[in-house]
Design a protein around this ligand. Structure first.
Ligand code: SF4
Length: 80
């Protein structure tokens, strides 16, 4: 099954909340004025938050990545 990895670079995030407007469940606001990627784990090597998703969640995550003004959200295909 195809899987995708969503990566969120919180350092880049400026709290524009465009992603939150697309999906407040995936991108809940955090206390620091930015957002969190729900259920994601911090990769200490890259310092990015990572979440593995399947095809069903791809479109909404893509939309979030596209509206982010600082490109803090990236999505890569990881499995065929
Ligand atoms: S759209 Fe980008 S900059 Fe704005 S809150 Fe989301 S991740 Fe941060």
């Amino acid at each position: 099954m195809v899987k995708y990895k969503v990566e969120f670079d919180k350092e880049l995030c400026i709290g524009a909340l465009a992603c939150n407007a697309i999906s407040p469940d995936i991108w809940p606001r955090s206390d620091d004025g930015k957002v969190d990627l729900a259920n994601a784990k911090l990769n200490k090597k890259t310092n990015k938050f990572e979440l593995i998703i399947d095809e069903a969640d791809l479109e909404i995550n893509k939309e979030s990545a596209e509206v982010c003004p600082v490109e803090a959200i990236t999505i890569t295909k990881i499995e065929d």
